[in-house]
Design a protein around this ligand. Structure first.
Ligand SMILES: Cc1cc2nc3c(=O)[nH]c(=O)nc-3n(C[C@H](O)[C@H](O)[C@H](O)COP(=O)(O)O)c2cc1C
Length: 306
């Protein structure tokens, strides 16, 4: 046996298991990140942080549907300077890699926010170029290959830690954006962020979210996210992190077989409990034993064999 069968290295980040907390769910404070870490994650991603503080949208910002959540939080965050102390505290508490999610309204803002996050102790940054509900950032950056290349290059120029690019499914061809990010120097890709969606209150006959439109997450988007990972595995050489609708170990195994080296879990943590991380890891371990495989690495991309 090759030691811990669940351990995996992604772009230099050593993970004791391949299950990561997705951005935006319980990832605001060092205390909440630490409590998630105690639930057996391989790494944690913070809420997306920008250069300046942002209050986000007024309530309602989240609505539960039959098949997941629709959120339009509006990227509320205290700004990187105020958040730097949380990063420092989280670094002191955590025994798993700390990935700080950053966004910006220009390539310069992404780069400066990422630089300060790493200076404060981030082990890696994840570029949120995929938020579907805030104008002039997120997917408005991540849907344009030229702009995306500029963002990734500027961040890579000032950050000496792995740079992960989180892609949006709200584009015509996700593989084109993935290739652009990889060519610009991205170390890994996360696929996917939420899909544009909405819900209407039939009593008031009005959209439920204050922003009207939001992003759908949870079980409804899993087959779409899985197809994105499968497509990307055939196009890019850098590691992939699958995200979208993962609720149990079977979902996680599917993403690994499609080509993900690790997975992120968000909505299932919010709707079920942080216990989902240990349950996924137990299930993946049992699956490896059943299939007589030594390591989770042996699963990555297996569904592509002819
Ligand atoms: C309430 C909520 C807040 C989120 N906030 C962020 C965020 O700040 N940055 C980001 O990149 N993704 C954010 N996401 C997207 C998740 O990280 C993830 O990509 C998406 O929800 C799909 O995974 P899931 O189905 O496991 O939740 C958020 C999702 C939810 C439900």
């Amino acid at each position: 046996m090759r030691g811990n069968s669940l351990s995996i290295n992604i772009a230099g980040l050593q993970l004791k298991n391949p299950v990561i907390l997705a951005s935006g769910i319980l990832g605001y404070t060092s205390a909440s990140l630490q409590s998630i870490a105690e639930n057996g994650v391989g790494a944690v991603v913070t809420k997306s942080i920008g250069l300046k503080p942002r209050s986000g949208y007024s309530n309602p910002t989240v609505v539960q549907t039959k098949c997941g959540l629709i959120n339009a939080m509006g990227l509320p965050n205290p700004g990187i300077d105020a958040y730097a102390s949380e990063i420092r505290q989280a670094k002191a508490l955590l025994t798993v890699p700390l990935i700080v999610s950053v966004y910006g309204f220009s390539a310069e803002e992404y780069a400066e926010t990422a630089r300060r996050a790493v200076e404060a102790g981030a082990d890696a940054v994840e570029l949120n170029v995929s938020c579907p509900h805030v104008k002039e950032t997120g997917v408005e950056i991540g849907q344009n290959p030229e702009v995306l290349v500029e963002v990734v290059r500027k961040v890579k120029a000032v950050v000496g830690k792995p740079v992960i690019v989180k892609l949006s499914p709200n584009v015509t061809d996700i593989a084109e954006l993935a290739e652009a990010a990889a060519d610009a120097g991205a170390d890994a890709l996360t696929a996917i962020n939420t899909l544009r969606a909405m819900a209407i209150d039939i009593e008031t006959a009005r959209p439920i979210l204050s922003n009207k439109r939001g992003g759908l997450s949870g079980p409804a988007i899993k087959p779409i996210a899985l197809r994105c990972v499968y497509d990307l595995y055939e196009k890019v050489k850098i590691p992939l992190i699958g995200c979208g609708g993962i609720t149990d170990w079977r979902d996680a195994v599917e993403f690994l077989l499609a080509g993900a080296s690790a997975v992120q879990v968000g909505t299932a943590v919010a709707l079920k409990s942080p216990a989902v991380f240990k349950a996924i890891n137990r299930g993946v371990s049992a699956y490896l034993r059943k299939k007589k495989l030594e390591s989770v690495k042996d699963l990555v991309g297996l569904a592509h064999r002819s």
